[in-house]
Design a protein around this ligand. Structure first.
Ligand code: FES
Length: 350
C-alpha cells in the first residue's frame, strides 16, 4: 500500500461541494448495468463532499464535438455516502448521453452543478411508500433504498419497476440485496416483453399495490407513464399532496409565445460584461438572453434543474418555478431566468 492509498482510505471530506457553482468531478469508476445503461462513480476534484437528499439530481456539462450540452442525471447512490456519487445513465439518441458513455472513463473529468431538485422522501415525507418507476426512472429509487439501508431507516415501500425485459432491469441484483436489509420492502419487477410480460396499466398497478391509497406515491419515468400513474393514484384515492413525480424528459419545454406588438419591453443588463438587451414582459429572460446571442448555462428550461440560477442585482420579475430554487435563495436575490419574466428593468450578475 502506498502513502497515497493510506491518505485516500483515511480521508474524511469536510468541505461541501459548492451547490451554486459549476465544479469539476473526477470519474473514478465505470460499470455496465444493462446493455445500454452504465453507472459512473464520480468524486469532487477538490476533495469536497457532495451533500444531497435521496432523489436529487445534478446537471452536467458534456463536451461533445458539436459543442457543450447540459444534461441532468439523478444521483443513484446513497445520500449517506461521503466520498462521491454514482449516476446511472441510459444511452439515448442524441449527443449527450451517448458521448458520456463513450468518453467518461476513469481519470477523466466533467463539470457538474447541483445537487438540485425536490423529489424523494425529504420533500414527500410519509410512513409508507409506493415507488413506481419505468426504465432509468428507477435511479432516484435506488438512492432512496441505499440511503435507507445506510441510515438504518425502516423503509416500508413497494417498488414497482417497469422495463422491457429482464436484461433491461437496472440493478435488479442490488435491489434484491437491499431488500434483504429492508424487510418491509417489496420489489416487483415488471417486464413488458417476452415470457411473463405485462402491460403497465392502471389496473396492473392497483392489483400490484392494493393499498396504494395508504401510501405516498413517488413516480419517475417518461411523461406518458407518469400521466398514467398520476391518474391511477388519483383514482385509487391518493391525496394530491401524497403524490410526487420527476422526469428529465425535457424534449418539449414550454414554447415561447411571440409577444404582441403592444407588450411592454424592459431592459436587461449584464452587470459584469455591460451587455444590455431587451425583453418583453411576456418573454422569459432566458429566451431573451439566447435571442441576444449571449451565453448562460441552462438545461430544463422549466425551473426544475437550477442550472440557470442567477443573482439579480436590481429589478422585479415574476417567477413560476418547479423546485429548481430554494426560498432562501430567492430571498437572497437569485432567480431562474428560464421561468422569470421582467416586470421592470433588470440587472443580472452576468
Ligand atoms: S434551466 Fe433548469 S431551472 Fe432554469
Amino acid at each position: 500500500m502506498t502513502e497515497n492509498d493510506q491518505v485516500t482510505w483515511g480521508a474524511r471530506r469536510r468541505r461541501r461541494f459548492p451547490p451554486e457553482h459549476w465544479a469539476s468531478l473526477i470519474c473514478k469508476g465505470v460499470w455496465d448495468e444493462t446493455p445500454d445503461v452504465r453507472t459512473f462513480f464520480l468524486t469532487p476534484a477538490d476533495e469536497s463532499r457532495i451533500e444531497h437528499d435521496p432523489g436529487q439530481f445534478m446537471t452536467f456539462q458534456i463536451d461533445t464535438p458539436g459543442g457543450v450540452v447540459e444534461r441532468c442525471y439523478t444521483i443513484a447512490s446513497s445520500a449517506a455516502r461521503d466520498g462521491g456519487i454514482e449516476i446511472t445513465v441510459k444511452r439515448q439518441h442524441g449527443a449527450g448521453s451517448a458521448h458520456l458513455h463513450d468518453t467518461l472513463i476513469p481519470g477523466s473529468s466533467i463539470m457538474a452543478f447541483g445537487p438540485s431538485g425536490r423529489f424523494g422522501p425529504v420533500s414527500w415525507p410519509g410512513t409508507r411508500y409506493a415507488l413506481i418507476a419505468a426504465g432509468s426512472g428507477v435511479t432516484p429509487m435506488l438512492s432512496v433504498l441505499r440511503t435507507a439501508v445506510d441510515r438504518g431507516i425502516a423503509l416500508d415501500a413497494v417498488l414497482v419497476h417497469v422495463a422491457p425485459t429482464d436484461t433491461d432491469m437496472i440493478a435488479a441484483d442490488d435491489i434484491a440485496l437491499l431488500a434483504r436489509r429492508l424487510p418491509q420492502l417489496t420489489y416487483i419487477p415488471v417486464t413488458t416483453r417476452g415470457p411473463g410480460a405485462a402491460r403497465p396499466t392502471g389496473d396492473l398497478l392497483t392489483n400490484l399495490i392494493t393499498d396504494m391509497a395508504d401510501r405516498t406515491v413517488l413516480c419517475c419515468g417518461p411523461q406518458p407513464f407518469m400521466e398514467m400513474v398520476r391518474a391511477t393514484a388519483r383514482d385509487a384515492g391518493v391525496p394530491a399532496d401524497h403524490y410526487g413525480e420527476e422526469s428529465f424528459d425535457f424534449s418539449s419545454p414550454e414554447s415561447e409565445i411571440t409577444p404582441a406588438a403592444d407588450t411592454p419591453v424592459r431592459s436587461v443588463t449584464f452587470a459584469r460584461t455591460g451587455k444590455v438587451f431587451e425583453c418583453a414582459e411576456t418573454t422569459t429572460i432566458l429566451a431573451a438572453i439566447k435571442a441576444a446571442g449571449l451565453p448562460l448555462p441552462s438545461s430544463c428550461a422549466r425551473g426544475m434543474c437550477g442550472t440557470c440560477k442567477t443573482f439579480k442585482h436590481a429589478g422585479e420579475v415574476t417567477m413560476a418555478h418547479e423546485g429548481g430554487i430554494r426560498q432562501r435563495e430567492i430571498d437572497r436575490g437569485f432567480i431562474l431566468p428560464c421561468v422569470s419574466r421582467p416586470l421592470t428593468d433588470i440587472v443580472l450578475d452576468c
